[in-house]
Design a protein around this ligand. Sequence first.
Ligand code: SF4
Length: 510
Amino acid sequence: MSKYSDELTYGFAKAAAPPVRETRIGVCAAFCGTCGKLNENVKSGCAQLQSRKFSQSGGCQLMLAMGILSSLTNIVVIIHSPLGCCSGFGGIAGLLKTMRASKGKKEQEFVWIHTNMDQLDVVNGGTEKLRNAILHAEKHCHPEAIIIANGCVPGIIGDDIDSLASELEHQLSAKLVPVHCEGFKSRYVASGYDSAYHGVLRHLIEPIKKQDLIFPDEGLDALERWQKSRTVNIFNVGSNSNGDEVELSRLVSALGLIPRFLPLHASIEDLERISEAALNVSVCATHDDYLLGHLKERFGTPYIIDTLPIGIKNTNKWLRRIAEYFHLEDEAERLIRLENEQLLEALEPFKRVLEGKSVFVGGGETRILTTAEFFNSLGMKLLGVKAHNVDRFVEDILEETAGPELAIEVAAGQPAEELNILNKLRPDLYCGHMGANGWVARLGIPNLPLFGQSLNYMGYSGAFELARKAVKVLKNTNFVQNISANAQLPLRKEWFDSDVRENIKETESA
Ligand code: SF4
């Protein structure tokens, strides 16, 4: 178990809303400097206090919470807020369709209703509109669960969505799941994952009661016990593709274990059976430490939160941690040796192209550091990284992978800052989070996405694919050259000439 997850205590599930991450784990949302300095600041607690003088929009926890919950099977989402909070929902619907199709699951529409709160509701309260929306969803959609996402406005005026849910829950067949994901509560958008899982933990994880058989079947009982003793829950995240899941399944199955992916795209029954596993394994601490910690408290299921299985070194590490728990170290070493040998041979032609090329990686903290480590292992020169946030879960990877002098920016959103840095560093290749690459292309920097629902990034086959994609992007850079020549960035020369470190309050330069 990670030393960091050991230190954390959970037990928040009785409260209506989870604590925000600022208070629960401490987090840095604004930094610009070197990895060494950032690590010092994270350890001393100073990193949490930093902020910006000028800030662009930076995301909202409601969207992240909905990114998870919208994927559940046969649910309806009600957004209790003014309509603007739903502005990004078209994208969620698209992702849901792509993911379900790639998993071979039955097509499902993303059904969401909003309460469209207006000025009068701010004065009179919006719970009557919410009541009508819940009854409408039950009557017309017959879902297994109705997710109620609370936005800032009802959060500020104090609409009591929990009392309304308690009042209605015995009148409806659907389970009601209030989710407190008001954006104003946290600068750290990943608090949205905790908000989503808090709702899941409180309202959707009720183990199915086993009935005693009239004629007990010892053989069946033994089979169920054996299956549980070999089952590994792997906690997927929104950036997982089906290719990632297929690859991680292949590796875990090769150890003789039974992999099961949860909670994204799960059915309500899958969630009710979540405790029927020997081990819970994270692929990204940023997403699921809250859920795994509470599952251990409630069901006693041990968990592993370590690294993200991207690249050779981190996939090896991730596999070894699972094997260690089941005392399968020898089997894991045999598998790793075989996979590594084949992969290293296959990577040779790509290495010849990538060696000496410089790269910058931007996105979620664990993913960027593991991706950067992989590029580095191919002989590429790492110029810098940009993380949405940084917290204690990446302390050791930051030290191991990045080195004290590497440039790092910590910012959720804030493309102007990142473009300023990239314009100065001018890497040969940029690998970044969805949305950033369009801006980066205007600088004329070749780029590839950090993740994608139809691509494979994780495990050994993901490493091969990532290297192959990098080579492909660098082979012909005409596309970004044309974009750069014909599309301008909405930023002045004065901004590009300025030092972005001066935009951060309470850094070494403050
Ligand atoms: S920050 Fe508040 S108002 Fe804005 S989208 Fe998020 S929940 Fe809605």
